[in-house]
Design a protein around this ligand. Structure first.
Ligand SMILES: *Cc1c(COP(=O)(O)O)cnc(C)c1O
Length: 251
């Protein structure tokens, strides 16, 4: 086993242990929480190290880097079926490569973006799974739509033919204060519950996914009902500073 394999697989096992412990602490089935391994800035080889330990769901948030990594992992390990999630900001001129290459998009916050993703989703692929990104941190965050706007956008997105609306996602303002972490996650959870109560008639797909929690706060997210945690650093290690071309991609 290479040292990369050893490091990634040791970290992955520790993260899975954290998820299990956090779920059991609130009497949840650990299997109700999906682990998304976020490999941004790390090479395809790091993805394959995690894959060798059984990980199949991966998240990327730079379009070009993600598309290249999907192709490269397919070339290196054609026998493995991965699930790729786009979790970064979506610019309208970058929707096509997302629609053509990813299985999920977590960060839809405008109808125009959703319409483009639906139009550009190839007919040979199943519909693209989408989450709406909600701003639970008020003015502290520029990304995501206001909770009060979620129901209208959800109804419009659920009606698009080549998308499957699956739930909500948020990136709360980072804080070490666990009470504040939980309050932000709880607010997303309440928006999700309200949406689920209002939407069954509109959405054909199950609204079953609440994407919240990262390396530093996954315990608080799981305690508040997260069904999918997005974990980068705790699996792959610290990221080097983002290069300017990537910063532009993410802008
Ligand atoms: C980078 C990133 C993550 C992972 O963050 P870590 O703190 O490294 O676990 C999760 N979600 C999004 C949207 C990200 O951009």
């Amino acid at each position: 086993m290479s040292s990369l394999d050893e490091a990634v697989q040791g970290n992955l096992a520790a993260v899975i242990k954290r998820i299990n412990r956090a779920a059991l602490a609130v009497s949840r089935d650990p299997a109700s929480v999906t682990l998304l391994a976020v490999g941004k800035t790390f090479p395809a080889e790091a993805i394959l190290s995690a894959a060798a330990a059984g990980q199949r769901c991966f998240g990327e948030n730079y379009v070009q880097e993600g598309v290249e990594k999907i192709a490269r992992t397919r070339e290196l390990a054609p026998e493995l079926a991965f699930e790729w999630h786009f979790i970064g900001p979506i610019q309208s001129n970058k929707t096509r490569p997302i629609a053509e290459n990813f299985d999920w998009a977590h960060s839809v916050e405008r109808l125009k973006i959703a319409q483009r993703l639906s139009e550009q989703r190839p007919v040979a692929l199943p519909p693209l799974n989408v989450l709406l990104q909600i701003n639970v941190s008020g003015e502290a965050s520029k990304s995501g739509l206001a909770p009060a706007e979620a129901a209208d956008l959800a109804a419009a997105v659920a009606a698009l033919p080549r998308l499957r609306l699956r739930g909500l996602m948020a990136i709360p303002e980072a804080t070490d204060d666990v009470t504040a972490q939980r309050a932000a996650f709880r607010s997303l959870r309440l928006t999700f519950d309200a949406l689920r109560a209002a939407l069954p008639a509109v959405s054909a797909a199950p609204l079953d996914t609440l994407s919240m929690g990262m390396s530093a706060d996954l315990e608080a997210a799981i305690a508040e009902g997260s069904t999918l945690v997005r974990v980068g650093t705790a699996i792959f290690g610290q990221r080097a500073a983002v290069k300017p071309d990537r910063a532009e991609d993410a802008a």
